[in-house]
Design a protein around this ligand. Structure first.
Ligand code: AHR
Length: 517
């Protein structure tokens, strides 16, 4: 799979170099350095942590009394330290399906007095509520991230939801702010992002779009946007993949004064055939890529519907669950959704984040599912051990795009073909950060062929290029507790710049992020 770098490069002389590329370049990229208009919200790089398996308990939270695993008020120091490197902009909690079974008042006050419940969605385990609102908001403060709380619509009440918002966000005198103070927190947290239920079409209540739109109107009425920092977001439970009717009805039936965002969930999974996370065939890999690339079509089509009702793009598309979903690791609880994370996941992350970047005008928030020990995790733990996954590295490399100006990009070229089916090999996105640096992310999903990428930079001249690459010998490669650095980023030396012409040799199965000065 390795491509011999030295055999590829010619001297940097336009006369010799360009004809060589004109004949052999497989992919041509036009980067419009002078056409930036939309900012890539850093919130596209959000994460999601549910009371599911070992995400919260064991993943983040080991309890205040734990002397074996270093922690701050019960929250693991190693996990916080690792996640800080991602500059996580927002963290969604407590679910997921769990959110519509969760009664927040069970998770506040003295722990010994907190009632327990059964986590009916995930493994039927007993939830002791030792990690509740205060612990979650403490975690967010330790991470330096903004909380995104999903309220219970399916089995909760409007009053319960409104009281939660008041408890968390209200500084004046009220029964809920008094209760918060009694529980040791004087100042409100000013949580901006609130989800109004989750998957209302499924685990959140099996509602129709029309019914949920009315339910949403009622809940949102009692959660005024003015509670909090003055710009509270109410995010409607969104469509399941290609259910465009759902988005149509919500955009049509919910007054836009009550709506700041509509969600969308899409997993790169074949529900009839979930492959092993590490022992998969090329055909299975190809299918995962096809489903990950489908995000482009989903975003385009949902955005087109939203454009009809909201041409000024006030309502955000919030892709608050995305990622790969495989068989659980052998011997683990099937309800815990614990899976390994390989270069395949790095590919999903790279192409999905490129899609979000390129649709920054409408996609203004997204959440990878899920942060620790569940689905496409960025961190895995095993008792006191911890590792970061290939997906972590992509997230870290792409952090340069946070709040940067999106530069429109056009990619034409080679395809990755398996059997009789083809997908575009290369995906890309670009931005200019506030310091004036331009960043270009390139992903080559083809595991057999390198790509010779010719980038034509319109409206920009640069003096130097540097970069980092994430790749590995096999697409199944992953990190283990015994070999935690098997897959990690390295300096990238396969780019050559000549003014506004950039030549990149992209190895098979690689993610590259370049910086142009
Ligand atoms: O992320 C796991 C589950 O997937 C979530 O709880 C649910 O919202 C989705 O179906």
């Amino acid at each position: 799979m390795r491509f011999p770098l030295s055999s590829f490069w010619r001297p940097i002389s336009a006369a010799v170099f360009l004809p060589f590329y004109a004949a052999t370049a497989q992919t041509h990229v036009v980067l419009n350095a002078d056409l930036g208009r939309d900012t890539i919200s850093r919130h596209i790089y959000g994460h999601f942590s549910e009371h599911l398996g070992k995400c919260i308990y064991g993943g983040y939270y080991v309890g205040e009394g734990n002397t074996k695993i270093p922690n701050t008020r019960g929250i693991r120091k190693d996990v916080v330290e690792a996640l800080k490197k991602l500059k996580i902009p927002n963290l969604r909690w407590p679910g997921g399906c769990f959110a519509d079974t969760y009664h927040w008042k069970d998770g506040i006050g003295p722990k010994a007095k907190r009632p327990s419940m059964v986590n009916t969605w995930w493994g039927g385990v007993t939830e002791d509520n030792s990690f509740g609102t205060h612990e979650f908001l403490d975690l967010c403060e330790q991470l330096g991230t903004e909380p995104y709380i999903t309220g219970n619509v399916g089995s909760g009440t409007v009053q319960e939801f409104a009281q939660w918002v008041q408890y968390v966000n209200f500084d004046g005198v009220s029964p809920m702010s008094a209760l918060r103070k009694e529980n040791g927190r004087d100042k409100s947290w000013k949580v901006q992002f609130w989800g109004v239920g989750n998957e209302a079409w499924g685990c959140g209540g099996n509602m129709t779009a029309e019914y949920y739109a009315n339910v949403y109107r009622m809940f949102a009425t009692f959660i005024p946007a003015s509670w909090g920092s003055g710009s509270l977001w109410r995010i409607a439970s969104g469509a399941n993949g290609a259910d465009y009717h759902w988005t149509e009805v919500l955009m049509r039936d919910i007054p836009h004064g009550l709506l700041e965002g509509i969600a969308l969930h899409h997993y790169s999974v074949d529900w009839n055939h979930r492959s092993s996370a590490t022992k998969f065939t090329e055909a299975e890999y190809f299918d995962t890529m096809r489903r990950a690339l489908q995000m482009e079509e989903l975003v385009q089509k949902h955005a087109t519907i939203m454009d009809r009702y909201d041409p000024q793009k006030k309502v955000a598309l919030v892709v608050d669950e995305w990622g790969g979903w495989y068989d659980v690791e052998p011997g683990t609880n099937p309800g815990f959704l614990y899976q390994q994370n390989s270069m395949r996941d790095a590919m999903i992350a790279g192409i999905t984040l490129n899609t979000f970047n390129n649709h920054a005008d409408r996609v203004r928030m997204a959440n990878l599912a899920q942060t620790v020990n569940v689905l496409q995790a960025v961190v895995l733990t095993n008792e006191e051990r911890m590792l970061v996954t290939p997906t972590f590295h992509v997230m870290e490399m792409y952090a340069v795009h946070h709040d940067a100006l999106m530069l429109p990009i056009d990619v034409r070229g080679a395809t990755y073909t398996v059997a009789d089916k083809s997908l575009p090999s290369v995906s890309a996105s670009a931005s200019r950060d506030r310091g004036g640096l331009t960043h270009l992310s390139l992903v080559n999903i083809d595991i057999n062929r390198a790509q010779e990428v010719a980038v034509d930079i319109r409206g920009g001249m640069y003096a130097s290029v540097s970069g980092r690459i994430l790749t590995s010998e096999r697409v199944q490669d992953h990190n283990t507790f015994d070999s935690p650095d098997h897959v990690k980023p390295a300096e990238f030396k396969g780019a050559r710049l000549d003014g506004s012409k950039l030549r990149v040799q992209l190895p098979p199965c690689s993610v590259v992020v370049l910086t142009l000065r």
